[in-house]
Design a protein around this ligand. Structure first.
Ligand SMILES: [Zn+2]
Length: 200
């Protein structure tokens, strides 16, 4: 049997950085890219290189963007009194597609999972606290997933805001159990925002 070369091995190992890609899938991808998708591989290389150079975190909401401040934070029409906290940039996209939140966002870039030993250090909590200090926020809407990790994150955040002068709400549980925002349809998502319940 032919042994993969060092370069091939390195590529296979690098591809396992992608979510849900194990060594077997990575091997298939590597062969595919090198066999008959060489143009695509070149484009992937260039796109990745460009993205690594230009994409960064928004100074205010922590989402990924190409400017110092993202388009939502820079929009003067958004209501600065309501700040919605989500896990990932994809959740902002879901909310924007559902047209159910005209305030601002904060993106945690992660979640808390006591079962996996993931604590406060796995979310951008320092940046969130700093963000709140220079803002006109009166209501914080916790829009974490309805999963064990989303619940744990919501709980830790509500504890964090306990003695602070904000109205704290969380999306209504109109979503399927174990629901991740990103897979919920726009109508259900909008309903969950309109019927959000007060945590404090
Ligand atoms: Zn932003």
């Amino acid at each position: 049997m032919m042994k993969p070369t060092n370069a091939l091995n390195r590529l296979i190992k690098a591809l396992t950085v992608l979510p849900n890609v194990g060594p077997k899938s990575a091997q298939r991808m590597a062969y595919q890219l090198l066999q008959n998708k060489r143009d695509g591989a070149e484009e992937l290389l260039n796109a990745l290189q460009q993205a690594l150079q230009t994409v960064r975190h928004c100074r205010l909401c922590n989402t990924l963007c190409e400017d110092e401040v993202c388009s939502v934070c820079a929009d003067p029409e958004r209501d600065p009194a309501r700040l919605m906290i989500v896990h990932m940039p994809v959740d902002v996209a879901s909310m924007e597609a559902a047209h159910c939140h005209d305030g601002l966002y904060f993106v945690l870039m992660g979640q808390i999972s006591p079962a996996q030993g993931m604590d406060l250090s796995h979310i951008a909590v320092d940046k969130l606290v700093a963000r709140l200090q220079e803002s006109a926020v009166t209501e914080i809407i916790i829009a974490t997933n309805f999963t064990a990790e989303g619940d744990a994150t919501a709980y830790v955040l509500s504890e964090l805001f306990k003695d602070l002068p904000y109205r704290v709400t969380r999306l209504a549980r109109g979503m399927p159990l174990g629901g991740e925002l990103e897979y919920v349809d726009a109508g259900t998502l909008a309903q969950a925002v309109y019927e959000r319940r007060q945590m404090k």
